[in-house]
Design a protein around this ligand. Structure first.
Ligand code: R1P
Ligand code: URA
Length: 235
């Protein structure tokens, strides 16, 4: 049974879905990290794949950019396909002065300029937080792989191009590690529909210093994050 945005059959998705923003990254992961990967979804070229990693069944599906796109796919995966764990694997802009490009960051919590989570609690504030077990498994997997990772609050924005860059300094003062465009929405959808969610990123650029990862290095840092996410999955 397909949904308006996912043309997969019942049972096509594993209990855990890794979600990069870019569907071509989903395809790259399926081709390079999974065994026996099968394409299960492709409406609007938002590809979804299911295969195995070290014998564990896992799916990968693009989320698109921004909270609205992520929220559609996350909701349909949970409600219509019974997905239990959603792990965002994305890129982000670094904010803190101790954040360097290529760092791996776990989003323990996600603040936002979006109204979607307030709308879930009658206009009050909602703490958009990662599922503790998924976060712990991810942090432990990073440790075992010898990859240093940072864990903390991030900011999810609807606006990739900020009108006023001094905003980043204000986020820095509040201890925000990084900025992305989906995580607060993912955490809200997971809470609303009873699934677990967690996000980790690699820092592609630093929004205060302007430093950016050279394009030829992006793939290798991205691969480290993918390995962390895949190793963190429980059988
Ligand atoms: O690399 P992805 O996962 O798409 O994540 C980041 O990149 C996009 C912006 O360029 C936004 O989706 C942002 O969250
Ligand atoms: O959302 C994002 C991702 C990477 N870099 C940014 O500045 N923002």
């Amino acid at each position: 049974m397909s949904t308006p945005h996912i043309d997969a059959n019942n049972g096509d998705f594993a209990q855990t879905v890794l979600m990069p923003g870019d569907p071509l990254r989903a395809q790259y992961i399926a081709e390079n990290f999974l065994d026996d990967a099968v394409k299960v979804a492709g409406v609007r070229n938002m590809y979804g794949f299911t295969g195995t990693y070290k014998g564990k069944l896992v799916s990968i599906m693009g989320s698109g950019m921004g909270i609205p796109s992520m929220s559609i796919y996350a909701r349909e995966l949970i409600v219509s396909y019974g997905v239990k764990n959603l792990i965002r694997i994305g890129t982000c802009g670094g904010i803190g002065s101790d954040i360097k490009i290529r760092d791996v960051i776990f989003a323990q919590g996600a603040s936002t300029d979006s109204n979607v989570n307030r709308a879930r609690v009658r206009g009050y504030d909602f703490s958009a937080i990662a599922d503790f077990d998924l976060l712990l498994n991810g942090v432990n997997a990073a440790k075992e792989l010898g990859i240093k990772a940072k864990v903390g609050n991030v900011f999810t924005t609807d606006t990739f191009y900020q009108a006023d860059n001094t905003f980043y300094q204000e986020l820095d003062k509040l201890g925000m590690l990084a900025i992305d465009m989906e995580t607060a929405g993912l955490y809200g959808v997971a809470a609303e529909y009873g699934a677990k969610a967690m996000a980790l990123f690699t820092v592609s650029d630093h929004v205060i210093t302007g430093e950016a990862t050279p394009s030829e290095e992006r793939q290798s840092t991205f691969n480290e994050m993918v390995k962390i996410a895949l190793e963190s999955i429980e059988a």
